[in-house]
Design a binder for this molecule. Sequence first.
Ligand code: BGC
Length: 263
Amino acid sequence: MFTDLKDKVVVITGAGSGIGKSFAEAFGKAEAKVVMNYRSEHHVEDVDQSIKLIEEAGGQAIKVQADVSVEADVNRLVQTAVDTFGTLDIMINNAGFEKPIPTHEMPLEEWQKVIDINLTGAFIGSKAAVNQFFKEDKKGVILNTSSVHDTIPWPNYANYAASKGGLKLMMETMSMEYAQYGIRINNISPGAIVTEHTREKFSDPTTRAETLEMIPAKEIGEADQVANVALFLASDLASYIHGTTIYVDGGMTNYPAFMGGKG
Ligand code: BGC
């Protein structure tokens, strides 16, 4: 469907699991050339499994270990994409981390870790991508995986909500800087999506019911529903979309508590 994605070189951070892994497989099936970044060794097997799947579908993929919060690592990641496939077309800053801790008990390291991965990681990745696009005089695409919590406050996740709120304004600001060069920068903000990270909490009947209460569509989303939006935003079909956020959330950001006509 997104035929212009064929042979495009896409770097995806945090591709070892969850939404990032499904991005990699979706771009691979669209016959893009996929560079899958992961950080921990325990993701290698999953990454290899996605690479196999992509190759079976006629695509190409490689894996690169790198920590998104370390600038030298991210520069090496982008350079590996260019050395292997000749260019960079699409950068997807997807790596993210979350862990609930009440704010008054949150150790500074836990605050910093989430900001470093979710926000600083996207800054470093976006910066590296823009520099590569400038070097090649290319109208590239940058996508960030944000969250409904770039707009909905989330108790016990102050670091996460702050990182995603910051990511929203960083993306909008960068888009304003680089749209004039034809570089498109946008965010995708998923709501409740089943992945290996959330499967356990959503299989708990109470948590599941409480979550469904907050979703007008009354269903938990799937990773491929998020990946479809990434394919669209990266493709030429989205050629006039700059500096925006697409919420993939079954309506979660739309004040579901008012559904019964209360208030
Ligand atoms: C988080 C999920 C959460 C969802 C809705 C996402 O950003 O990663 O764990 O279920 O927001 O609250």
